[in-house]
Design a binder for this molecule. Structure first.
Ligand code: HEC
Length: 249
């Protein structure tokens, strides 16, 4: 009897610190770990331009945003080098348009029960609203994700052939809400108007009918878009530009 309880005690003494150590590694505190923060002692030459009346400490603190965007989103405080909403909207359309239409390949991130999935997918941008439209086969994994969780993020990166991405980045990051549309849903017809002309197929009435009956449209309504655009730097603007949806009442 005594030996058994000794064993138990040893097990508890050994296992409790192990479990505590594990919990320590996986626990996420508000604001995240300290080592993720910039020590604002000296701003490097490549530092984004900002209004000089803002103190370093105002931007290099936890500001209630997630860890990844914590630095970028501080730029909202500063006007120096920022484009207007209209200019950002125009630039987003220009970036994805290239020489052709507004159809481009993005990586769409979805999450199902807290597990992320990144899917390469073609979206067509509506340059008037910045909404994105994709068309998918039924039963694909991302659709199950979106059906369970409307929160999505997608990103587009211009793969530069003659430039160095490190020096001359061109990318768009979208955070928003996704919606699945079937042929009979309101909004499907509008989606087709934007999507179909970009399809590299002959649009016969049979094909259009088949699309209406079998395909699912994923419509992404952006809430926030961040572009990283090297051409802005050449114009004396900030490379990073932030656009946010303004709810119209
Ligand atoms: C308006 C907000 C803002 C202010 C004010 C600001 N910063 Fe920053 N800082 C940023 C952002 C955004 C980045 C991240 C840039 C990027 O995307 O790489 C950054 C990055 C940095 C970096 C890291 C650069 C790197 O390449 O690793 C340092 C160091 C830094 N800032 C120091 C400072 C100091 C010192 C001051 C004050 C003199 C200051 N910052 C003021 C927003 C700000």
């Amino acid at each position: 009897m005594k030996r058994v309880s000794m064993c138990c005690l040893v097990a508890v003494v050994l296992l409790v610190p192990l479990a505590a150590g594990f919990a320590e590694d996986t626990k996420y505190e508000k604001g995240g770990p300290k080592y993720l923060y910039i020590k604002a002692t000296k701003a490097p030459p490549q530092h984004p331009a900002y209004d000089k009346d803002i103190k370093c400490q105002e931007c290099h603190v936890y500001a209630g945003v997630d860890a990844y965007t914590a630095a970028t989103m501080t730029l909202k405080k500063s006007k120096t080098g920022a484009l207007s909403r209209e200019e950002i909207e125009k630039r987003i359309a220009e970036i994805v348009k290239g020489k052709g239409d507004y159809r481009e390949i993005y990586i769409l991130s979805t999450a199902y029960k807290n597990k992320p999935l990144a899917t390469p997918i073609e979206f067509v941008l509506d340059p008037r609203t910045l909404n994105l439209y994709a068309m998918s086969e039924r039963q694909t994994e991302k659709l199950f994700h979106v059906a369970s969780n409307q929160n999505v993020s997608c990103a587009y990166v211009k793969q530069l052939e003659h430039h160095n991405y490190f020096k001359e980045p061109l990318s768009i990051q979208v955070v928003g809400k996704a919606q699945l549309l079937r042929g009979k849903d309101p909004g499907f017809a509008e989606a087709l108007n934007i999507y179909l002309p970009t399809l590299p197929l002959k649009l016969t009435p049979e094909l259009i009918q088949a699309i209406k009956e079998t395909k699912i449209v994923t419509k992404v309504t952006p809430e926030r878009i961040i572009i990283r655009d090297y051409t802005q730097k050449e114009k004396g603007n900030r490379m990073v530009q932030i656009w946010e949806r303004q709810d119209k009442k």
